[in-house]
Design a protein around this ligand. Sequence first.
Ligand SMILES: *Cc1c(COP(=O)(O)O)cnc(C)c1O
Length: 462
Amino acid sequence: MELDPNDYRQALERASEHALDWITSLPERSVPPEIDVGGLLAAIDRPLPDDGADPAAVVDELATLAEPGLMAMPSGRFFGWVIGGTLPAAMGADWLVSAWDQNAAMRYPTPATAALEQVAGSWLLDVLGLPPESDVGFTTGATMANWTGLAAARAFVLDAVDWDVNTDGMTGAPRVTVLAGAERHTSLDLALRYLGFGAPTLVDADDQGRILVDDLRAHLDRVDGPVIVCLQAGNLHSGAFDPMRAAIRLAHEHRAWVHVDGAFGLWAAASPTLRPALAGVEDADSWATDAHKTLNVPYDCGVAIVSRPSVTRAALGTQTAYLIRDPADVSEPFDLVPEMSRRARGVPVWAALRQLGRTGVEDLVDRLVRNARALADGLRELPDVQVVNDVAFTQVCLTFGSDERTRAVTARLIDDGAVWMSGSQWRGQAVLRISVSNWSTDDADVRFSIEAVRRAVAAVDG
Ligand SMILES: *Cc1c(COP(=O)(O)O)cnc(C)c1O
C-alpha cells in the first residue's frame, strides 16, 4: 500500500483541531463526564465494520464519540487524586514522539531519543538535587518506577549475602525484610508483590502519616539479614514528607537499601523554599517519581532513579545477539526500566523542562503549594469545615463536621460539576481530598473552587 502524505496531513490537521477544541473548552466546561462507561458503550459498542474508513473521518468520528465521556482532568479546576495537566511544549513533544515512532530501547538505532532522554535525565537530577551519576529510566508511572528501584534493591541486598537472584530466583532465597511506613502508597505494595516480596512490614506513622523514626529503629534492631527501607516523599492525604535525614542515616547504619517513593512529593526538592523539608533525601539509594503529575507532561511518564548504575544494569539488563549495545559499554535505555520496546516518553520531559527552565520549575512547584494553602485558608472559613492536615505541600484534606455531611458535600460537589475533588477515608474519618497538581490553576480557579464548595455545603444544609 502506498504512503500518501495527504492521509497524514488530513488526519493530523483534524486531530489538531479537535485537540484545540478540547483545550479551549477546559476553562468553561463542566469537569465531570456527561456519561458513564455503560452509557457510552450503549452508544458506541458495535461489531468491527467489514469496511475501513478514511483516516481523517476516523479521527472526526473518534473525537465525536469520545467527547461526552471525557473528564476535564487537565482543567485548572480538577483537584482529584494526583493528576496534573500538560504543558504546551510537552504536548507538542508528545505528538512528535508519536510521529517519529522510535522504539526507544537502544542507543545505536535511535540516537536522537536516547540523547534527549539522557539530557532530560540529567536535568531531572539537577532540579531534584539528586546525585548526578544516578541512572534515570522512564517508566509508565511511579508504580513501575517503584518496581525499578526495588528490583535494584533486591539484587543489591541479596548479592551482599551471595545470592544471585537473576539465576536462582526468590524460591529458597534468604529472607529480605522490607520495612515501609503505615501510610505508604498502595502502589508500593504492588511493586513489592510483583518482585516476590509479599507485603511489607509496617512501621508506625504520626498524625500526618510520616514514618516514626523510633519505630523504624525498633524494627531495624530486630532484623537479622538483608533489609530494604521504603520511605515516602509526599503523603497522598497530607502531602507530608518522611523525616529523610534521620531515617536514611538510621537505615544505612543497618546496611539497608533505602528507596523513596516520591511520586509527586519529590518535586518539593525543586523549590528552594520547600527543599529543607526533604533535606537528606539525596542520600537514599533509589527514588521513584512521576513526570505526569507535578511536572505536567502528558500520561504516561514515571521516572526511576537509582544511585548505583551498575546495580540497575545487573538487575534489569540483558544481552542477546540481536540487541546492539553501544560500543562504549554504557547502560542502554533497556537496562534501566522493565520494558524493552517503549515510546520515548522522556522526550516530553525534556520539552517540559526546556519550556519552564530552572526558575519555571521552581515557580510551578511554589504556585501549586500556594494554591493549596489558599484553598485551605478559604475553605476553613466555611461553617463547620476543618482542614485536618498541615498543608505542607499540594494536598488538603477537609472534614465537614460528620462523615455523613462530608460524604454528602463531596457527592453534591461532584454533581455540581464546577470543580472536581475526590472523597477518601483518612485516619478513621471521611474526608474531601484536594490535590493541586495542574500548572494552569490560577487565583480565579481557587476563588471559583471555594465558591463551589460553599454552594455544595449550602445545598446539603438545605
Ligand atoms: C500516584 C502515586 C503512585 C503511583 O504512581 P502511578 O504513576 O499511578 O503509577 C505512587 N506513590 C504515590 C505517593 C503516588 O501519589
